[in-house]
Write a protein that binds this ligand. Sequence first.
Ligand code: CA
Ligand code: CA
Length: 104
Amino acid sequence: MADGSDLHLVHESNSDGPRTETTINDKQRFWTDGSDITEEGKWVWMTSGMPVENYTNWGSSQPDNGSGAVLPSNCLCLGRWMEFQWDDNPCSEAGLVLCEKPDV
Ligand SMILES: [Ca+2]
Ligand SMILES: [Ca+2]
């Protein structure tokens, strides 16, 4: 992600092979590995340790650290509710995981 490569959605597998369709409702959350849990406001790709700076796609008014919510928002996700732009949500929320894979 930090190097500009594409995001790929990893689908669940079952006995019939890879599943090719994923139902996405308005509240379905997709996690990336971006986080500011180490230092508030300092966003880092956790896997690489690289700062989130070369490319960003924050939604309107984001990141807002939960905007006063009880739980701080320290993990980077996206979803239809923000037209797949980035939002920070509490890391403990449920969601699917977006993974990066090299081009083949
Ligand atoms: Ca935060
Ligand atoms: Ca937010």
